[in-house]
Design a protein around this ligand. Structure first.
Ligand code: SF4
Ligand code: SF4
Length: 380
């Protein structure tokens, strides 16, 4: 075992007994949970939106239940700051299935921001000027990062490092997204992660998401629970499962590697439970954010030509104006019945697509983007 040991265990369904057994195995293979010498533990779940567990948007409640059991008798608080809150806490907890966990002795559920926010400004920040972070998270003596493995139209993948982005408030997240540079967002996420890395990381990759995640992709059976003390090591293994031959092709992973928050290459990771060659999931559909898979030297150039832009499909729009609220550069106006996008202001962050509750805000590929996409699907 070393600090970058990752444990992986097969888990085919969310059957309670199967999840408990597989989680215990994954944690053991990762070297076990670090000793808990604090009065309570925070579980930072991914509760991005009020979606049912079958949609694979959020950490599954059966995995959270198994984590509670793995922690033992120490009281546990399960929490998140949903992306740009647009539902009351009760609805969020009920729809994600997390409310039922509050019936377990010693377990509470709630919002990460319930004890307020604190401004943090670190010299090491590369993208953020300052960040407003949940005090409950900053002050937690012990945090288990309970993430969900999904694709992401901006960051390509979301796993353990990205899950910590959810400890920040809306204005900090908007600041991170308000740039045409994919690297800016990746650096901002690593800025946030570096403030207070969690003590342990568990990734729900039983049913994950493929396609244009993290909200509107398709659920896909992956069949793994992945665990480890180092979030980058776990994400490295997870991106290999998603079919990335070199995970450092993903901006987020590359930014994390550069900052020295984990392994620098695959050889630094001890993988227990499976062989590397057995990880890639055949036919897994990556997100449309394929421009990030281009060689590093071409990325900036390619990004200008191969454009992914938000496009409204009016029949699905319920005029809730969430897209307008989340846009980091005020590029959306509400002059008529439906949102209007100012293309000159838009920085193509696709937050409006991510947070649209109906999926009416879609991702449009220009001609070159569609061509590259077709070529990739054919494996050219
Ligand atoms: S596009 Fe989506 S988020 Fe925007 S107003 Fe319509 S339904 Fe709401
Ligand atoms: S319109 Fe959508 S994609 Fe464009 S900047 Fe606003 S939120 Fe981002």
């Amino acid at each position: 075992m070393n600090e970058f040991t990752v444990g992986i265990a097969r888990c085919e369904t969310y059957d309670r007994d199967e999840v408990h057994t597989a989680l215990h195995l994954a944690v053991e293979r990762a070297g076990g949970l670090p000793a808990i010498n604090v009065p309570d533990v925070l579980i930072k779940a991914n509760l991005l939106s009020p979606s049912g567990p079958e949609k694979a948007v959020t950490t599954h409640p059966e995995l959270l239940r198994a984590i509670v059991s793995e922690i033992g008798s120490t009281p546990v608080h399960i929490a998140d700051n949903p992306g740009y809150i647009f539902a009351d806490v009760g609805t969020l907890m009920k729809k994600t299935g997390v409310a039922s966990l509050a019936e377990i002795d010693g377990v509470s559920v709630g919002m990460l921001s319930d004890l307020g926010l604190r401004s943090v400004c670190e010299k090491s920040f590369r993208a953020l000027k300052d960040a407003r972070i949940s005090s409950r998270y900053l002050d937690a003596g012990y945090c288990v990062n309970a993430s969900k493995l999904k694709t992401h139209v901006e960051t390509e993948m979301t796993g353990c490092i990205k899950n910590i982005f959810g400890t920040a408030d809306t204005s900090t997240r908007k600041m991170a997204h308000a740039s045409t540079s994919q690297r800016h967002l990746a650096d901002a996420i690593v800025d946030l992660y570096s403030i207070r890395p969690p003590e342990f990381n568990i990734l729900d990759a039983i049913i994950g998401m493929e396609g244009d995640g993290p909200s509107h992709g398709a659920p896909v059976k992956i069949g793994f629970i992945i665990a480890g003390r180092n979030a980058l090591a776990v994400d490295w293994v997870a991106s290999t499962v998603m079919g990335y031959g070199n995970p450092a092709d993903i901006h987020l992973i590359a930014a994390a590697v550069e900052r020295g928050i984990g392994p620098r290459h695959r050889g630094d990771i001890t993988l227990n439970g499976l062989e590397w060659d057995d990880l890639p999931l055949k036919g897994f559909k990556k997100s449309s954010g394929f421009v990030r898979a281009m060689p590093t030297a071409l990325r900036g150039f390619v990004h200008k030509l191969v454009a992914l832009t938000p496009k409204l499909s009016e029949p699905g729009c319920v005029s809730c104006w969430i897209c307008k609220k989340v846009c980091p550069v005020d590029a959306i106006s509400a002059e008529g019945r439906y949102p209007q996008i100012n293309a000159r202001k838009c920085v193509r962050c696709l937050c409006c697509h991510e947070m649209c509750p109906t999926g009416a805000m879609t991702v449009h590929k220009n001609f070159l983007a569609s061509m590259v996409s077709r070529m990739r699907q054919r494996g050219e």
